[in-house]
Design a protein around this ligand. Structure first.
Ligand code: URA
Length: 288
């Protein structure tokens, strides 16, 4: 880095303080990435459906460009979507169109209506076996998951693997996903708008993978899937349910998030009880 004069240094500190306050606390790559140059390069016409999910003027301009790509003016740089009801409505419309998990993943990859995508490196869609009877659903990817593009690969994922092994399961016998598929910057809590924008995608993912049992990991996942606003310490340990769009009722066991268990190891015994319930339910359903 070029050396700075004494007058410039305070500005740099201010800039770093600004980044830290905005939640930018991790370097994902050794070299900086110019996202503005990247988005300017994405000159291909935008499919009408994806452009509908882009914010106001950008969406209209991209749709125009997509209709007539020869005569199209230079494509506008993609702005991060301001989360609002229009984005959630676009997500709902697109998610229902997915006829398979592969299609859903493609739709989510092309979706520009969630601002979290602008700062994330990857779409963290799923890991494990989509045909498994058990689906585990966390809150949102962290740094390791964003880097690898897979859910639960960091420390909490390693603990989750040990918990699954304790009831005789592994990633070949479980399907893993998150309520939010893009890492929130600095691992901040997703806003209610961001959660509403992502809700149709995880609901469709559940409907398409058709698990017999769901384990929700942590409060936000339990709240979204069961519709209960209660805290996780109240919700955990008793069966709740999630009803899909076609009316299928799936039992949900809310339990403590592995990241919470890493910070509060004394509560591992509570999670252990919850997973014994899950094991018993899978046995009852003939899945174990
Ligand atoms: N925490 C989550 O909720 N999901 C992950 O994928 C990783 C950590």
């Amino acid at each position: 880095m070029a050396s700075l004069s004494g007058n410039e240094r305070p500005d740099l500190r201010d800039l770093l303080a600004f980044y830290a306050a905005a939640g930018v606390d991790d370097a994902l790559e050794d070299e900086p990435i110019d996202r503005f140059a990247e988005s300017a390069q994405r000159a291909a016409p935008v499919p009408a459906e994806a452009s509908r999910a882009m914010p106001g003027d950008a969406g209209r301009a991209a749709a125009e460009a997509g209709r007539n790509d020869r005569a199209a003016p230079p494509r506008p740089t993609m702005a991060a979507a301001v989360p609002d009801e229009a984005q959630a409505a676009a997500a709902r419309e697109l998610a229902t169109k997915a006829a398979s998990l592969d299609e859903l993943k493609q739709i989510m990859d092309a979706f520009e209506g969630c601002n979290l995508k602008a700062t994330a490196k990857s779409l963290v869609f799923a890991d494990g076996n989509p045909d498994a009877d058990l689906m585990l659903i966390g809150e949102a990817p962290g740094r390791d998951e964003d880097l690898e593009g897979l859910p639960f690969v960091g420390r909490s994922g390693q603990l989750l693997d040990r918990i699954l092994a304790a009831i005789g399961l592994d990633r070949r016998s479980a399907y893993l996903a998150n309520v939010i598929p893009w890492r929130p910057p600095g691992n901040r809590t997703p806003t209610p708008h961001e959660t509403e924008i992502c809700r149709p995608f995880i609901e469709r993912q559940i409907a398409l993978s058709r698990p017999k049992v769901i384990v929700s990991l942590g409060g936000p996942s339990a709240n979204l899937l069961t519709g209960s606003p209660d805290g996780i310490l109240r919700l955990r340990g008793t069966w709740k349910s999630h009803t899909t769009a076609d009316g299928t009722v799936i039992p949900v066991m809310p339990t403590l998030h592995p990241a919470y268990l890493l910070r509060n190891p004394a509560h591992k015994k509570l999670a252990w009880r919850d997973f014994l319930e899950v094991k018993a339910k899978l046995r009852e359903l003939g899945s174990l």
